[in-house]
Design a protein around this ligand. Structure first.
Ligand SMILES: Cc1cc2nc3c(=O)[nH]c(=O)nc-3n(C[C@H](O)[C@H](O)[C@H](O)COP(=O)(O)OP(=O)(O)OC[C@H]3O[C@@H](n4cnc5c(N)ncnc54)[C@H](O)[C@@H]3O)c2cc1C
Length: 377
């Protein structure tokens, strides 16, 4: 029989959520990080659009994003070899029939963003590929930045290991057994025991919760498709902002000398190694070709990822009310990269019974907006 590995905390899932909370907790206690795949980041974390957008998402997300900004902009010495954030800018564009959406966005978020209002010619100066006459108005937000997702994720994993955290890959959690004083977790690579288990299983979080006998949180994995094409010959796209349809019908983002296109779809799916759907691709090409002076020919790469949401589209961070020592860290949806530093620190504080970190209080993060109980209330 294989040996049992004991620690203070077991984190299940080594995507951005699991890696970041394992790092935060291994400062104060012994942590084991279990990942089903052969390398961490294979699922949603490795498939994002890599954007830090402070005006994106519901208010609790925006608060967590603001609370993550300082870490992202100035990571600790030795955390990463290159900057985590680089300037990008976001250009929200609206057709004539979408002007009310643009006004709504501006009214709701003008105190949080650094918006500049643009007309058709201002839009095309900033993004020359947008078809003349397509956009009636635009809003430019210079605070939006690119995230080096691999550097952030690897930084958390590296620092966690340096602090003593043990990462086990190919460690698919097949059973969770409640003990008198904690949990026994069985995987093909060994058995693990700890007083506390953190569920950072991404799209599989509700399935994992069920294995532990925890209350379901109503998580719905939603497929989002993306692809990259070569930029038009000679176009100097490096300084262009991401162009986002104000009603989120598509976005187009420069990535090195390519353009990343997405129809910004949210198709409910099941937890799986999701693949791009041909219909999503066709819809994306149609929408992008209407809005841009661009013929989409050869698609260099295409992929899809699952953005997993609960009903109010806010993350779930807190202990289960049904089973002791079982902590939810799930439902990061489309914001799990930009919120990771703050959400990990908050989750670690809750696990250790410490108060909320002060930067989160300042930014207006409220525990009640993240607590699992809100979903059954
Ligand atoms: C197209 C797209 C664009 C996006 N753009 C952005 C963006 O610009 N900015 C942003 O902030 N966010 C973005 N996101 C969202 C972001 O990628 C996610 O919120 C984030 O990656 C979620 O991280 P996670 O660790 O929760 O999930 P995952 O990365 O999926 O990690 C969960 C891990 O748990 C493991 N696991 C599951 N079950 C088990 C088990 N039983 N045993 C062991 N391991 C298990 C899985 O193998 C997986 O590795 C985007 C997502 C997509 C798909």
């Amino acid at each position: 029989m294989s040996e049992t590995t004991r620690s203070d905390v077991i984190v299940i899932g080594a995507g951005m959520a699991g890696a970041s909370v394992a790092d935060a907790l291994s400062r104060d206690c012994t942590v084991v990080l279990l990942e089903r795949e052969s390398h961490p980041g294979y699922h949603t974390t490795g498939r994002s659009a890599a954007l830090f957008a402070p005006v994106y998402g519901p208010a609790p997300i925006r608060a967590l994003t603001r609370a993550s900004a300082a870490f992202m902009a100035n990571p600790p010495e030795g955390f990463a070899d290159s900057p985590i954030l680089t300037p990008r800018g976001a250009l929200f564009i609206a057709r004539e029939d979408q002007l009310a959406d643009l006004t709504g966005l501006h009214n709701e978020l003008q105190s949080e963003g650094n918006f500049k209002e643009l007309d058709d010619s201002g839009i095309r100066k900033m993004h020359p590929l947008i078809r003349e006459g397509y956009a009636a108005a635009g809003l430019y937000d210079e605070n939006c930045q690119d995230i080096d997702v691999a550097a952030l994720h690897q930084g958390f994993l590296r620092r966690a290991r340096a602090r003593g955290c043990s990462l086990f890959t190919r460690a698919d959690v097949i059973a969770l057994e409640e003990l008198a004083n904690g949990w026994r977790v069985r995987t093909p690579v060994g058995t693990f025991e700890a007083p506390c288990v953190i569920n950072a299983a991404g799209a599989w979080a509700d399935e994992l919760g069920q294995k532990a006998g925890a209350e379901p949180i109503g998580l719905v994995p939603k497929r989002r498709t993306a692809m990259q094409i070569a930029a038009p010959a000679g176009a100097k796209i490096g300084g262009w902002p991401i162009a986002v349809d104000v009603a989120e019908e598509f976005y187009v983002k420069p990535v090195a000398q390519q353009l990343l296109l997405s129809p910004a779809n949210e198709n409910p799916d099941v937890p799986c190694d999701v693949q791009p759907d041909e219909m999503d691709i066709a819809i994306c090409v149609d929408r992008v070709e209407r809005a841009f002076d661009l013929r989409v020919g050869r698609i260099e790469t295409r992929w899809a990822g699952l953005r997993s949401f609960v009903a109010d589209k806010c993350p779930v961070a807190g202990f289960s009310a049904a089973v002791p020592g079982f902590f939810w860290l799930a439902g990061q949806g489309g914001y799990g990269i930009q919120t990771a530093p703050a959400l990990a620190e908050l989750a670690a504080a809750l696990v250790l019974g410490k108060p909320m970190p002060p930067e989160m209080v300042i930014e207006g993060v409220e525990l009640s907006s993240l607590a699992p109980e809100r979903l059954s209330a």
